[in-house]
Design a binder for this molecule. Structure first.
Ligand code: 5AD
Ligand code: FES
Length: 352
């Protein structure tokens, strides 16, 4: 196993069969060795700084019906909410005062926010906080919308591919959604010069090790600026309510593998990881992650943006989360970095 890890670090990839063997052969020795290699590679590029992103979940309306997700259209139990432009700007102002220089605007796929309305929101945030980056995470839209938002000042876009395997994709999503469509969106975003993030859940229902290897090889192919992975966690009002949650150890192992495959990548220790394990985010950073995304969403609606059960921070305010993550990172020998935190290969203005 250790030689496979050495080869992964040297070649930054492995044949699919070797990726599967490494994941399936995971044990205490390979876990410790991989994490040590991933930390060293991460430290060489980024040092001990962990970039901060303020996550603003501005609408939980969604036209989609992904089987795993708590805010899917078919869930009639959730109280739905939308924040208007002024409320969004007020959250960013609060975040800016707390030191955030990246705002991640995330929502369900909500057509209420038209292409032009989103562009207006983006440019108003950019105007008010020209020193800050804007990341959008609004799901699938057309090329023209993505182009408009880029022109309005958006810097980055997160769209997890969820799984690279078509059969697996079809078991997680309704027939109205398609994997080629999603991969097409990621290609379009990249072509438009966004810093792009893909990603997947670890331990999603019906996932095999072969699927995970395909996800890793897809990351290699797309070579994104960011990769978001976190454990699957069941939500009680979804068809996957009784499915088992993903494994924290496996998630940490995959973080390490991704770090070796893409040394420069921006890799968050996710809220889902922190939800399954009290110290999940700290462990994520010790496994090779270098980004943390505290929640900026106003306390009044936080409890309604629940993609999965038992989400952390639901009762906390933005300032509390900001302090909490700083303390947590310090506790494991890291410091939060208040800069924009662009990808090392990113050239402002042009396609990266
Ligand atoms: N558990 C963990 N992650 C989830 N996501 C959606 N539902 C869940 C869940 N039940 C992830 C998806 C999506 C991102 C915003 O959150 O990967 O892309
Ligand atoms: Fe929100 Fe710790 S990050 S309370």
């Amino acid at each position: 196993m250790l030689t496979l890890i050495d080869r992964l670090e040297r070649d930054r990839t492995l044949p699919k069969g070797d990726l599967v063997a490494l994941i399936d052969g995971r044990g205490p020795e390979s876990e410790a060795y991989l994490a040590a290699r991933a930390r060293e590679v991460r430290d060489r590029v980024f040092g001990k700084g962990v970039f901060l992103r303020g996550l603003l979940e501005f609408s939980n309306h969604c036209r989609n019906d992904c089987l795993y997700c708590g805010i899917r259209k078919s869930n009639r139990v959730v109280g739905r909410y939308r924040l208007g432009q002024e409320e969004i700007l007020a959250c960013c102002a609060e975040g800016h005062a707390l030191g955030f220089r990246t705002f991640v605007l995330q929502s369900g796929e909500d057509p209420h926010y038209t292409d032009t309305y989103v562009a207006e929101i983006v440019s108003s945030i950019k105007n008010a906080f020209p020193d800050s980056a804007i990341t959008l995470s609004l799901g699938e839209r057309g090329h023209d919308a993505y182009a408009l938002w880029k022109k309005a000042g958006a810097d980055r876009y997160l769209l997890r591919h969820e799984t690279r395997n078509p059969g697996h994709y079809a078991r997680l999503h309704p027939a109205s959604m398609s994997l080629p469509n999603r991969l097409g969106c990621l290609r379009a975003l990249r072509g438009l010069g966004y810093q792009v993030g893909c990603g997947f859940m670890v331990g999603s229902p019906y996932q095999t090790t072969g699927h995970l290897a395909e996800d890793l090889l897809y990351i290699k192919e797309l070579s994104p600026h960011m990769v978001g992975i976190g454990p699957f966690i069941p939500h009680k009002d979804t068809p996957f309510a009784s499915m088992p949650a993903g494994d924290v150890g496996l998630t940490l192992f995959l973080l390490g593998m991704i770090r070796l495959m893409e040394p420069n990548v921006l890799l968050p220790a996710t809220t889902a990881l922190g939800t399954l394990d009290q110290e999940g985010r700290e462990k994520g950073v010790l496994a090779g992650a270098n980004v943390i995304m505290p929640i900026l969403t106003p306390p009044g609606v936080r409890g309604k943006y629940l993609l999965y059960d038992n989400k952390i921070c639901v009762g906390d305010k933005a300032a509390e989360c900001r302090l909490c993550v700083a303390r947590r990172m310090f506790g494991v020998g890291h410091m939060v970095d208040q800069s924009r935190g662009d990808h090392p290969g990113f050239r402002p203005g042009g396609p990266a």
